[in-house]
Design a protein. Structure first.
Lengths: 159, 657
């Protein structure tokens, strides 16, 4: 028997902490996403009912911000900065290299084995280290295609 | 001393206008807008109403309040160029198949492009062709035609309190969709169609059925009969430039037009509206006497009925069980008319003309079908009727008027005023008051424009409290007040569309409220010149009862003229809490809607989700709102619903199972 009760309880706790206040929708979605790692439809429906607002509005907010994920994310999250400085330092080449390495197609962000999700972000504020990649909150600067390949090999080797 | 400001060099007085746009329009300058509707909140998104304010620069007139001594210019070269660019950009992402669009000629984008003299679009066309959403019976959504003004979203949310639509995504990727980008049928839509009325383009339109009607008309083996709703005669003339005081001449022209198209019989829904009143008034008096399921709600508006079924199942018992006039017409046409008219059943095709999109849905309600066969084959709107008249090449304005066919063509004034907010109540009063020996015929106090109107009335020794409501947000508030014992009523009339059926989404599109008021007036004027005013005096209604239905409220009448309702769950999603791997299991579904959650449904979930307690033999799911909020926490165990649950009571019941 598997139980998702703990996750559900956390969602309830988050709602209570925000006093079921509609105007706190964004922080609620952020916290709930941390718990579930993404925003499943049934959880968004649950939030909309709990806040007494229509699911269309909740979904609208969730799709407006790139931060919110509507699909499950992989175990490891690779963020590639594509801000001005990183872009000039050829971050797109790094993006292509990672996609190739992970076997991701044009519109795919998450590997089929759910191990990796890649995200492009706009400026991480570490322009001096451009191009920058962040893997699970660890920052790697002056990235090259060789370095990123080695990092991914290291992670998959440790699996 | 009034306050003044200057518009294009002319000194203009203003008082309490909410924004510059209102002041400017009062000066007969039609500033272009997409997203401004006097009924809705100000959105300020379309950027077409930009004006130049001296010292302040370019501002949107709709979201700027007037201030004394402002110096405003509405049509400078700069402004003209800005508006042109805005329209060009909209056209660049627009599916420009205008000649084949049903909104052609009434499309705001089209008329603005013409008004602003746009001859070419300097930008590349980036319109995305998406499949149309044809999931409902009532409406068609086509995002390729959407200009993202958000009028539909705001109407649905602010006036109807439904919120079926919302913006999705952002920037160039934004679009308007139901939640989770599902189709409209999977959303909370109640089919009132007001979104299609406020849509400036063809992005949301009533779903057409008139082509099927033409097909039936040209089929020699079929005999097609049709009936027109009261509100149709108050609005159809607008399409052909005919404004008439009382609509009788117009109704006569419609009859002529329909006959020439090949309909074998042309009836009037006002006849069955009379029947609805006789039946509903009888039901009301019965309930009043027994004090049973009071207050009684009218049930002739299908969007309202759907609203109750979806949001307030605790009030389903309060809905009158009488079918709507369309429902009664369907039943009589399908089951009695073949004998009366001598038409074999299999040859009969039944059509109705409605001011409404929700009626298209109503006709397909399984509760209105008999042995799986629906009564009404096609429901067309006033708009579609106008199109058919045009397609048939009829010079409508020049047609002679002719009379409706009998027996379903005779009506009283009571049946006519059904088409406007307050009309049903007034017609019921004409019946009820007469039953009590009073001879009053006009009840002006139920008429008017307010969204919630209340009235008190002495009937014998009892004092009746009535409420007349239009707009579903108003209805939601009234329901809340009744539930909280803040208000007590005996009879509540609800129409989903502002103004009632005259303002329905199937009517020719209007944006000026004066149009709706004029339509109501037409129906009241029509009532005045009718020979009879009280529905119960209709001799053909009396004969129908005598020949086929015994008397009002009889078993036969129930079989033909009544219907039933059922709870329709709003949220389809469930949250799986725990799943058993065993074969023999108990299914526990716990409501975690807003109210149940606050009343402790989480503790119940915790108890049942504790696997050890029941030796793993339970599947636990969290359901999102069963709409039984006042009786929560609500739990379903193996399909059976329990109210006012506690962790202990649920544990006991689960153990028994």
């Amino acid at each position: 028997m598997t139980s998702n009760y703990d996750k559900f309880e956390s969602a309830c706790r988050i709602l209570e902490e925000h006093s079921f206040d509609k105007s706190k929708l964004i922080p609620i979605l952020q916290s709930v996403q941390e718990e579930y790692r993404y925003l499943p439809e049934e959880v968004m429906s649950f939030i909309s009912s709990s806040l007494d607002m229509s699911p269309a509005i909740v979904y609208g907010v969730a799709t407006f911000y790139a931060h919110f994920a509507l699909k499950p994310k992989g175990k490891n999250i690779i963020k590639i900065c594509d801000g001005t400085a990183c872009h000039v330092k050829k971050s797109t080449v790094i993006i292509d290299a990672i996609k190739k390495k992970l076997g991701l197609k044009e519109n795919e962000n998450t590997t089929k084995d759910m191990l990796f999700t890649i995200e492009t972000v706009a400026c991480l504020g570490a322009c001096g280290l451009a191009p920058v990649v962040v893997i699970n909150d660890n920052v790697y600067g002056q990235m090259t295609t060789e370095k990123i390949a080695a990092l991914i090999d290291e992670m998959t080797g440790a699996r | 001393m009034g306050k003044h400001l200057t518009i294009n060099g002319k000194k203009v007085e203003f008082t309490d206008e909410r924004n510059l746009l209102e002041v400017i329009r009062k000066e007969n300058i039609e500033l272009p807008t997409f997203c401004y509707h006097s009924e809705l909140n100000i959105h300020g998104a379309c950027r077409l109403c930009m004006v130049e304010v001296a010292g302040k620069g370019i501002m949107s007139a709709c979201s700027t309040p007037p201030e004394p001594d402002m110096d405003i210019k509405t049509n400078t070269e700069h402004l003209i160029e800005m508006r042109k660019i805005t329209i060009e950009l909209l056209l660049a992402s627009h599916d420009r198949e205008c000649t084949m669009c049903a909104k052609s000629e009434s499309c705001k984008l089209q008329s603005l492009a013409r008004r602003l003299g746009i001859e070419e679009v300097r930008f590349k066309n980036i319109s995305r062709k998406e499949p149309k959403d044809i999931s409902t019976y009532a409406l068609v959504r086509d995002n390729g035609k959407c200009v993202l003004c958000g009028d539909c979203i705001r109407f649905c949310d602010e006036i109807q309190s439904i919120g079926a639509l919302g913006f999705v995504g952002r920037g160039s990727q934004s679009k308007i969709c139901p939640a989770f980008e599902r189709d409209l049928e999977s959303s909370e839509c109640v089919y009132c169609g007001q979104c299609s009325r406020v849509c400036p383009t063809g992005a949301i339109l009533p779903k057409p059925e008139f082509r099927e009607v033409w097909k039936a008309l040209s089929d020699e083996k079929k005999k097609v009969i049709i009936a027109i709703a009261p509100a149709v005669r108050a609005a159809l003339g607008e399409v052909f430039g005919i404004t008439e005081e009382n609509g009788t001449e117009l109704a006569g022209k419609i009859v002529t037009a329909l006959r020439s198209m090949g309909f074998v019989k042309v009836f009037d829904i006002s006849f069955t509206a009379d029947m609805t009143i006789v039946e509903e008034a009888n039901e009301f008096l019965g309930r009043l006497e027994k004090d049973d399921d009071m207050p009684m709600f009218t049930s002739c508006c299908p969007a309202w009925v759907r609203f109750v079924e979806q949001y307030s199942p605790d009030f389903i018992k309060n809905l009158s069980t009488c079918r709507s006039p369309q429902g009664m017409y369907g039943s009589i046409a399908r089951r009695i008319m073949p004998e009366v008219l001598g038409i074999p059943k299999e040859e009969l095709v039944v059509v109705s003309v409605m001011p409404c999109t929700a009626k298209k849905y109503e006709a397909r309600r399984t509760e209105l079908a008999k042995d799986g066969v629906i009564d009404i084959d096609y429901v067309i709107t006033t708009q579609e009727l106008a199109l058919m008249i045009e397609e048939a090449g009829l010079r409508f304005a020049d047609l002679e008027a002719s009379a409706f066919d009998m027996p379903l063509g005779f009506k009283t004034g009571g049946g006519i005023i059904f088409g406007t907010s307050g009309g049903v109540t007034e017609a019921v009063l004409r019946n009820v008051m007469n039953t009590n020996g009073d001879e009053a015929e006009e009840f002006n106090f139920v008429r008017g424009e307010n969204g919630v109107r209340e009235a008190k009335l002495k009937v014998g020794s009892k004092e009746l409290k009535l409420a007349i409501v239009h707009g579903l947000k108003n209805a939601r508030k009234v329901l809340r007040d009744i539930r909280a014992d803040k208000k007590r009523y005996d009879f509540v009339e609800v129409m989903a569309c502002p103004g009632g059926c005259v303002g329905g989404a199937g009517q020719p599109v209007y944006s000026d409220l004066a149009v709706r008021k004029r339509r109501s007036k037409v129906l009241y004027e029509n009532d005045k010149i009718m020979e009879l005013h009280k529905p119960q005096d209709n001799p053909y209604v009396q004969k129908m009862y005598k020949d086929y239905l015994e008397k009002s409220g009889s078993k036969k009448a129930h079989e033909y003229l009544h219907t039933s309702y059922k709870y329709r769950k709003r949220f389809k999603e469930t949250l799986e809490i725990s799943k058993s791997s065993l074969d023999k299991i108990v299914n526990v579904e716990v409501c975690v809607g807003r109210n149940c959650l606050k009343k402790g449904s989480k503790e119940i979930l915790k108890r049942v989700a504790d696997g050890n307690k029941f030796k793993d033999a339970v599947n636990v799911q969290a359901l999102i709102c069963l709409e039984r909020c006042s009786k929560g926490p609500t739990v379903k165990i193996n399909g059976e619903t329990f109210e006012h649950c506690t962790p202990d009571s649920v544990e006991d019941t689960v153990k028994k199972n």
